[in-house]
Design a protein around this ligand. Sequence first.
Ligand code: NAD
Length: 260
Amino acid sequence: MSIPRVLPHLEGRKAHVVGIANDQSIAWGCAKWLRALGADIAVTYLNEKAKKFVQPLADELDAKIFLPMNVSEPGQMEAVFEHIGKEWGQLDVLVHSIAFSPKEALCGRVVDVAREGFASTMDVSCWSFIRMAHLAEPLMKKGGTMFTMTYYGSQMVVKNYNIMGVAKAALESAVRYIAAELGPKGIRVHAISPGPLATRAASGIPEFDELLAKAQEAAPARALVSIDDVGAATAFLALDAAKLITGETMYIDGGYHIID
Ligand SMILES: NC(=O)c1ccc[n+]([C@@H]2O[C@H](COP(=O)([O-])OP(=O)(O)OC[C@H]3O[C@@H](n4cnc5c(N)ncnc54)[C@H](O)[C@@H]3O)[C@@H](O)[C@H]2O)c1
């Protein structure tokens, strides 16, 4: 094979990014890098309260599709994907970067979790990805790539991660099943597993600063990851150049996960 003359890019591709709350959000890092490689971006925001924080970022991305989407509100996911279908007629990239657990569920022991707290944690943090994959499948007519965000607390017992670790384990498993199911259609599915980042969602985890310090100290790279590190690696996996990589849990954590 001769040396490729065209650099890999996402020009003309359509990407839907879910989970931008502010300019610290992992979803914002992903959206920036997908845009930088040429993709058109659709942005959704949680609700009216969140809109004013997300709007300037959507403008920066030149997002032509900007809609509310609370995955707990019946019909909202369906409405957004229908809109994307009408407007674009296709979807190439989906980034699911949301999670939620009620305080009493997240901050307690897994063994004590109540049914309702468990159900809402799983609903927003896991099932919403399964449903989005279902809604995106018919739009990914020429194949595509789906991403969701996970964390190492799915694999190992990480102090204070609690029930979210259980939800992330289910999410990573869902990624593998969906990757197997949609692979024949040219659709790849990945879980991205960043090291700890000081975002709004992370502020709900007790003693998060200690987690950051431990990550920095123990990771082979001796560095904390940034949302740009996560965005760049995610955008790489969306390229045609990565077309035979699927079903991965991709760690972007300076190598922390390989250390005992
Ligand atoms: N921050 C970290 O250390 C870290 C590490 C690994 C994985 N993650 C994962 O990354 C993802 C993004 O989190 P983040 O750290 O960027 O924080 P963030 O607070 O910036 O983003 C979380 C997003 O979830 C959205 N959300 C919550 N409930 C929702 C609902 N019902 N409907 C629609 N959206 C809803 C929020 O609006 C927000 O945009 C999450 O899945 C999180 O578990 C975070």
